[in-house]
Ligand binder design. Structure first.
Ligand SMILES: Cc1cc2nc3c(=O)[nH]c(=O)nc-3n(C[C@H](O)[C@H](O)[C@H](O)COP(=O)(O)OP(=O)(O)OC[C@H]3O[C@@H](n4cnc5c(N)ncnc54)[C@H](O)[C@@H]3O)c2cc1C
Length: 356
């Protein structure tokens, strides 16, 4: 069947830019359109999208937009109405969009109104003999599913970190925007946006966009060479490192389970930080494991970490058995003290790339 692709995105309300995950989805959409030899239309939702549209002009044959203050902030009713109106105007067979929390809520509803189908958490798209296949993981990343559908329009929500972000190869040019009306009755405007409350950067330890995953293991709260536990020192080292490096914090199961066992704990650590078979499988370009043994149930959570390094005093730990690219046989307390000193010499406010 002859396909046509619509790339759908909303702007980040605070910055008026495309979120990084949207640039990644656009890269996938552009490649898919090339492989399917079909047109790519771009549709944008936001208060004012002209600047973003100018940057995208080279990528698309047509750019549509639903704009205005009513569409700046996330709200199911206005987002679903905008998606529906844009899809009716573009009439695509395939819609590719980033899996932001905003679209994960609004797109399935809009798809149902259009008698379409939605697949979420897509990690890749491939075209073989003119047929599109979407792939996603199931059952905590242990099974990969390959999905093909006959029903159109087919909405595909792309997960973050699965593709390089799209970047313009030519300078921005004045884009010709087709403005689309998405009618909103007063009833649909009952929900209002009053403000955003988010934890400060140093309170939020899970940072999906960070370049580095820093994993703390149970060794941080175990007796050290002087026969003593140094949990509060460990906590200070780790918090300092996270603040200065901008890294995302992961944990082994043993460390987060200690909270329930009333042992020495790192107070900022929760089960949400747990990486592994019964935890999460985050995606970051680099990972640094500290005081963690590197057992298989933990390391399976590192599947999408591209470059892996570990610090452990035990040269026979699990990381030494082909699970890390580099194992530093060293005391993590000493390593982090040195690393924090080096990071402090750099600009503290900006995100620092840690060259481990
Ligand atoms: C069904 C099942 C599911 C599981 N799921 C998960 C999961 O999702 N995630 C997970 O993490 N685990 C999981 N586990 C548990 C896993 O098998 C390990 O028990 C756990 O990962 C061990 O955590 P750890 O390496 O932090 O602790 P430990 O095994 O206690 O290792 C601590 C390490 O710290 C090192 N160390 C101590 N002091 C220092 C120092 N000063 N400097 C450097 N190194 C130091 C020690 O040499 C040691 O290697 C699961 C287990 C099962 C059976």
């Amino acid at each position: 069947m002859a396909e046509s692709i619509l790339f759908l995105a909303h702007l980040e309300p605070s910055k008026g830019e495309l979120p990084k995950i949207a640039c990644e989805a656009l890269h996938v959409a552009e490649r898919s359109a090339r492989e399917l030899q079909c047109l790519l239309t771009v549709a944008l939702i936001g208060a004012d999208v002209q600047l973003v549209a100018d940057n995208l002009a080279a990528a698309a044959s047509r750019i549509l937009a639903v704009t205005g203050a009513d569409f700046a902030h996330p709200r199911y009713a206005s987002d679903a109405a905008a998606v529906e109106a844009l899809c009716k105007a573009a009439n695509p067979s395939i819609v590719i969009a980033p899996a932001t929390s905003r679209f994960l809520r609004a797109i399935p509803g809009a798809a149902a109104r259009l008698q379409g189908r939605t697949d979420t958490h897509i990690s890749s798209l491939a075209v073989t003999d003119g047929v599109l296949t979407a792939r996603r993981w199931f059952y905590r990343q242990r099974l990969e599913g390959a999905i093909q559908r006959q029903v159109r329009p087919w909405f595909l929500l792309m997960d973050s970190g699965c593709s390089e972000p799209w970047s313009a190869t030519t300078n921005a040019q004045a884009a010709k925007l087709e403005m689309i009306e998405a009618p909103l009755t007063d009833n649909l405007k009952r929900t209002r946006f009053y403000g955003l409350r988010a934890p400060a950067r140093d309170e939020q330890t899970i940072r999906p966009d960070a370049k580095l995953l820093f994993v703390a293991g149970a060794g941080w709260t175990k007796k050290q060479s002087d026969g003593q536990v140094h949990a509060s020192e460990a906590e200070a080292f780790i918090v300092d490192f996270l603040r200065n490096s901008g890294a995302s914090l992961g944990s082994s199961k043993s460390l987060v389970d200690q909270t329930a066992d009333k042992e020495a704990v790192l107070t900022f650590m929760t089960h949400l930080n747990q990486v592994g078979q019964t935890g999460s499988t985050p995606r970051h370009p680099k990972g640094l494991s500290t005081c963690c043994h590197g057992e298989e149930p933990h390391v399976v959570g590192w599947r999408f970490i591209k470059e892996r390094r570990a610090v452990n005093i035990d040269p026979n730990c699990g990381w030494a058995r082909g699970k890390a690219d580099v194992l530093y046989v060293a005391d993590a307390f000493q390593v982090l003290a040195k690393l924090n000193g080096l990071l402090r010499e750099k600009a503290p406010a900006e995100e620092v790339t840690v060259s481990t």
